[in-house]
Design a protein around this ligand. Structure first.
Ligand SMILES: Nc1nc2c(c(=O)[nH]1)N[C@H]1C(S)=C(S)[C@@H](COP(=O)(O)OP(=O)(O)OC[C@H]3O[C@@H](n4cnc5c(=O)[nH]c(N)nc54)[C@H](O)[C@@H]3O)O[C@H]1N2
Ligand SMILES: Nc1nc2c(c(=O)[nH]1)N[C@H]1C(S)=C(S)[C@@H](COP(=O)(O)OP(=O)(O)OC[C@H]3O[C@@H](n4cnc5c(=O)[nH]c(N)nc54)[C@H](O)[C@@H]3O)O[C@H]1N2
Ligand code: SF4
Ligand SMILES: [Mo]
Length: 751
């Protein structure tokens, strides 16, 4: 490419799940100028501070430029793509033949901005016979996913833009975003006297500062706080009885348990003033609409699955469903969770929810002599050696495998443990998209076109998967010919040929994304071959939500697919009526099934739960992995992307600082049952005594121009343990790690 500045080109920010639409001017291979894209139907020009830093992702010294193979001495040699593909296909076939394909484990498949590659992995995994998989959702959202599946069979999202009362439970959207135009919406709520914000958070976060009701819970006690709030609704007769009678089953069983809750005792247990707690519950009951967002503050803390159930009680009891500003089931381009019941993992028998093995048990499924242990692993677009609890154990597990293949854009902690590393084209160098399409009533999807050529030596994931499939020889190429011909005639002819082919040739039915890539792919516009799988998803949208799709202006699946291809800033793919929420409940009676006996039992047991999980040895609750202005998971490895907090400070309370003899900038040692690390201290009024926080996304190594390796901050999972997890979903308690903090540098502490 030339050095010339390009025109503004639409794409998206890839640093969090919001995927704000942006427009970019490139200069050579640099993302030179970045702005919010006003034409993006969901985000409408909004971005946060991080989007402007995206060139640090596109251009940095950690990027991979050649397939790598590990030598016996642990170093890597560059190999060509043909060698890499044929050796990898051959070795996975050997694993399958020796132990069975179900011993091949797949981790990842997409990060915050890139799900298209993972969409193609399924064909190869099926061809090999792999059965088990996981990704980061299994260390945050599977507990909630299980509760959702029992209550109504789908994922819900609050309509914060219009909610009279917004409730954030262990969620700091000012920093972590997660819904469209978060800061704009938060500012609107804060300004409007008719609307209210309720925040449950032990930390005085930027979001909590804007709240009308900040319920500053003692860390790890949300279950008591939420149960007491739900109990207020029941005991003060504030429920929407008409809604409950018409749309909810099992109400009496839930109410019976909530009637027994001693609100005074529960309020005291969670450290929240009883009158404030009651006032917050009453405010919800008086509102036309309530929207609730729970996130890591409860999902990665004790009683997490119970908390998911309890916070959903708040909007169910107040009938805030299927109305403007309430909570909604929504359409999907592709669901993030596989449907079906709870399975079990082969070695530890851990719950497999939504098709995902809990991240925390992955090492235990490997480090054993159990005959059903995993023997090989493919990691795509994820960094489990850094992001899963107990990094040391994860590394040991990866070393114990016979074959590890990592597909990434960068040389990561995980890649360094792989037998083969495959370099992917970056998210600005290929067709890309995410399935974080979670909005209602208007749901949007953006197919991002490449704005740069793939870096030399790299390939987009759809092509990598296709090459692996060709090497396996699983699909007979002759079976693809009729589809190739039909594709050249147009989408209508293709649809007919596709249905015939997949219903008559079983191998094609098992390899759908590959089939689409090989047959429809070549007819798509330049650079968009990777979008072929979206044709199948567009047909599925047309079948699942026909009216909502037509309301969005698409006559049929083919029309939707055409719109996806051509509207570079994104398309609205469904427009729902509020009443559609009821139809989206998957239970036969289309009512919410409120009673979850296991969790009601758990709720009854709360009074006998241990008062705290800290000990004399580890007296402080450490939140290992807080989202801050300059964190973005492991997506940006070059530390110079940060304008401040370059060390990823350990935040501690004023009281603890005084007791420990620590001042701002001092160095301290943090020790937990799993490990120990040094950190720079920030004394913060925002923290409660006994509570400390380290940011996520730190502790990544980076080799500078002069060859020196820096590792800023603390890798949070050097301090976490895999057994420290939820009893139902196996999700980790990263926000609640008992720790000890000691001054390292008493002199610095006094200065
Ligand atoms: N800037 C930035 N934004 C991001 C990301 C990022 O890396 N950086 N990552 C994205 C990802 S992957 C995710 S999953 C989301 C996560 O988004 P959030 O869940 O909002 O992020 P966290 O800061 O991890 O945790 C949220 C809050 O939980 C609070 N908390 C800690 N312990 C407790 C507790 O016991 N009870 C309660 N009620 N709260 C508690 C913390 O004080 C914190 O304010 O953010 C996304 N957005
Ligand atoms: N202690 C602790 N641990 C945590 C958390 C916490 O709060 N505390 N948070 C958890 C949560 S919520 C999450 S979401 C996870 C995130 O953890 P992971 O699932 O491991 O994801 P990321 O850290 O986002 O890493 C994404 C990887 O994708 C690579 N990548 C970027 N673009 C591409 C591409 O186009 N193709 C390919 N193939 N690769 C690409 C990046 O280089 C990076 O290595 O961490 C979890 N771990
Ligand atoms: S980090 Fe998230 S909220 Fe910020 S610009 Fe990127 S996608 Fe949008
Ligand atoms: Mo996440």
């Amino acid at each position: 490419m030339s050095d010339q500045t390009s025109d503004w080109q639409p794409t998206a920010c890839i640093l969090c799940e919001c995927n704000c639409g942006i427009i970019v001017q490139t200069e050579g291979r640099t993302l030179a100028k970045i702005r919010g894209d006003k034409d993006h139907p969901g985000t409408q020009g909004y971005t946060c501070n991080k989007a402007l830093r995206l060139d640090h992702y596109q251009n940095n010294r950690a990027r991979l430029t050649s397939p790598l193979r590990r030598r016996a001495d642990g170093s890597y040699e560059e190999i060509d793509w043909d060698t890499a593909i044929s050796e990898i296909a051959e070795k996975f076939s050997q694993i399958r033949d020796t132990y069975g394909g179900d011993k091949v484990f797949y981790y990842g498949g997409g990060g915050q901005g890139n799900h298209l590659g993972g969409a193609y992995s399924g064909a190869f995994l099926k061809a090999i016979g792999a059965r088990y998989r996981s990704n980061a959702l299994a260390q945050e959202k599977t507990g909630e996913g299980w509760v959702d599946s029992l209550l109504y069979g789908g994922h819900t999202r609050g309509e914060f833009e219009h909610a009279e009362v917004s409730v954030f439970v262990g969620k700091n959207p000012w920093m972590s975003q997660s819904f469209p135009r978060a800061r704009v919406v938060l500012n609107e709520i804060a300004k409007d006297p008719a609307r209210s914000m309720i925040v449950l958070d032990p930390v005085l976060t930027d979001t909590a500062k804007m709240a009308d009701f900040h319920l500053r819970v003692t860390p790890g006690t949300d279950a008591w706080c939420l149960a007491a709030m739900a109990a207020v609704l029941v005991q003060e007769n504030l429920c929407d009885e008409a809604f409950l009678a018409e749309h909810v089953t099992g109400v009496d069983a839930v109410k019976a348990v909530l009637r027994d809750v001693d609100i005074t005792v529960y309020a005291a247990h969670c450290g929240v003033d009883e009158e404030l707690l009651r006032a917050a519950a009453r405010r919800m009951a008086s509102a036309d609409s309530v929207a609730v967002f729970e996130d890591l503050g409860v999902q990665q803390a004790p009683n997490s699955t119970l908390c998911s159930y309890l916070d959903k009680m708040l909007w169910i009891l107040t009938g805030s469903f299927a109305k403007r500003g309430g909570q909604h089931l929504h359409s999907w381009m592709a669901p993030l969770f596989a449907p079906g019941g709870v399975g079990r993992t082969p070695v530890t028998g851990a719950p497999v929810i939504g098709g995902l093995t809990p991240s925390n048990v992955v090492p235990q499924e490997i480090l054993t002599d159990h005959p059903d242990r995993f023997r090989a692993m493919i990691v795509e677009s994820s960094n489990p050696a850094h992001s899963i609890a107990d990094s040391g154990q994860v590394a040991a597990a990866l070393r114990a495998l016979e074959l590890v293949v990592v597909i990434d854009v960068a040389m990561t902690e995980t890649a360094r443990l792989a037998h083969y590393v495959l370099p992917a084209a970056s998210q600005f160098e290929k067709a890309e998209a995410t399935f974080f399409n979670l909005e209602f009533p208007h749901n949007t999807f953006q197919l991002r076109h490449p704005i740069l050529e793939p870096a030399e030596g790299t390939l987009p994931e759809p092509e990598i998967w296709a090459r692996l499939m060709r090497a396996l020889g699983y699909v007979d190429d002759a079976d693809l010919e009729p589809l190739r011909r039909a594709a050249r005639e147009g989408l209508d002819a293709y649809a007919v040929a596709f249905l015939t082919a997949v219903s008559t040739v079983p191998t094609l039915a098992k390899a759908l994304p590959y089939v689409l890539y090989e047959t429809l792919g070549p007819t798509l516009p330049d650079g968009l071959r990777g979008a072929a799988a979206l044709w199948g998803l567009a047909q599925k949208v047309a079948m699942t939500y026909p009216e909502a799709m037509r309301r969005a202006g698409h006559a049929d699946g083919n029309a939707l697919f055409e719109a996806i291809l051509t509207k570079r800033s994104g398309v609205t793919f469904t427009v729902h009526d509020y009443a559609d929420d009821f139809a989206l409940i998957t239970h036969a009676d289309h009512r919410i099934a409120f009673e979850i006996p296991e969790l009601l039992d758990e709720l009854r047991r709360l009074p006998s739960a241990p008062p705290k999980l800290t000990t004399d040895e580890f007296p402080i609750v450490l939140a290992a992995g807080e989202r801050r202005a300059y964190t973005a998971n492991d997506i940006l490895r070059d530390p110079s992307w940060r304008k401040r907090d370059g060390d990823g400070a350990l935040r501690i309370s004023v009281e603890d600082a005084a007791a420990l003899g620590l001042a701002d900038g001092a160095r301290a040692r943090v020790t937990t049952a799993a490990g120990s690390a040094e950190a720079t201290v920030e004394v913060s009024e925002a923290m409660l005594p006994g509570h400390a926080a380290l940011p996520n996304g730190f502790g990544l190594d980076y080799t500078g121009e002069d060859g020196t390796v820096t590792v800023p901050g603390v890798a949070p999972n050097a301090l976490t343990s895999s057994d420290w997890r939820d009893a139902f979903a196996g999700t980790p308690w990263h926000k609640h790690v008992p720790a000890r903090i000691e001054a390292l540098d008493p002199v610095g502490a006094l200065s």
